[in-house]
Design a protein around this ligand. Structure first.
Ligand code: G1P
Length: 290
């Protein structure tokens, strides 16, 4: 069975939910404390053993490429000032091997994944969505999923239960039990169903291990919700003809695609920081007393 070596990170969206911040700055560059959201995603991929990353970029996304590039002026300045820690940190970011391709038309997540076809070729691969940041101190969500893939050798969707009133924001899975209580076999999937339509509360939350068969299905799939090519619709078709699994990954997941989710991520990541946590906690406690 082929090893999961490559990851795709779709990052072409307009980020309209975060205007005006995203008018000239990609939403993927919004900082969670002091690190851009997309860097958390890239680090999760690397910590999970991914060797090559493709970012599906789009219009006005130059800042992402600059972020992962070298910045000679900054490096020289930090060197002169003897700020070795910062220098090493800045350098290590630019050493990551990232490729880029532009999604020329905003036709949805399925179309974004299709842009990765020639980069992926004929290997199983990972997809990580930038809005879903998962905190797991011991084992990154993607790594957990790669372990599952190594056992089942089929497509695996990273899922968690969401509250009933949130089902309409996600791809929702209908599954059959397997021997593993954390693993379901997908029998149906609906993109952003209403509460009434939703077959469960088990939502696909931004982590996928896909077999390369997905490309051929994506080529055929018709526009769905929002008149976009939906990855969910392609996965449903795949589940009709081959095994597709939904895995309940472990970790605290933040939906940074909405404002409240983003704020929760910033606050909780700040509280975990050794250099900030204690003072920030004291400040929050004090604020709440008022
Ligand atoms: C996308 C997918 C959806 C998935 C979600 C996870 O939706 O289409 O199936 O559940 O990501 O965050 P988006 O949030 O891009 O609208």
């Amino acid at each position: 069975m082929k090893k999961i070596r490559k990851a795709v990170i779709p990052a072409a969206g307009f980020g309209t939910r975060f205007l005006p911040a995203t008018k000239a700055t990609p939403k993927e560059m919004m900082p969670i404390v002091d690190k851009p959201a997309i860097q958390y995603i890239v680090e999760e991929a690397l910590q999970s053993g991914i060797e090559e990353i493709l970012i599906i970029s789009g219009h006005a996304k130059r800042a992402i490429e600059d972020h992962f590039d070298t910045n000679t002026d900054l490096e020289l300045q930090l060197q002169r000032q003897g700020k070795t820690d910062l220098l090493n940190m800045v350098r290590s970011i630019s050493e990551i091997n990232i490729h880029y391709i532009r999604q020329k038309h905003m036709r949805g997540l399925g179309d974004a994944v299709l842009c990765a076809r020639s980069f992926i070729d004929d290997e199983p691969f990972a997809v990580l969505l930038g809005d879903d940041i998962v905190y797991n101190e011991t084992e990154p969500a993607l790594k957990q999923m790669i372990h599952v893939y190594d056992k089942v050798g089929a497509t695996v969707l990273g899922c968690q239960e969401v509250p009933k009133e949130k089902v309409s924001a996600y791809g929702i899975v209908k599954g059959q039990l397997t021997d593993d209580p954390d693993l379901l076999r997908v029998v149906d999937m609906i993109e952003k169903p209403s509460i009434e339509e939703a077959p469960s509360r088990f939502a696909a939350l931004g982590r996928y291990i896909l077999t390369p068969d997905v490309f051929e299905v994506l080529e055929r799939v018709q526009p769905g919700k929002g008149n976009e090519i939906q990855l969910t619709d392609a996965l449903k078709l795949m589940a009709d003809r081959e095994a597709v699994y939904a895995y309940n990954f472990k970790g605290r997941r933040y939906d940074t695609g909405n404002k409240l989710g983003y704020l929760k991520a910033v606050v909780e990541y700040a509280l975990r920081r050794p250099d900030l946590g204690e003072d920030f906690r004291a400040y929050l406690q004090d604020l709440l007393k008022k």
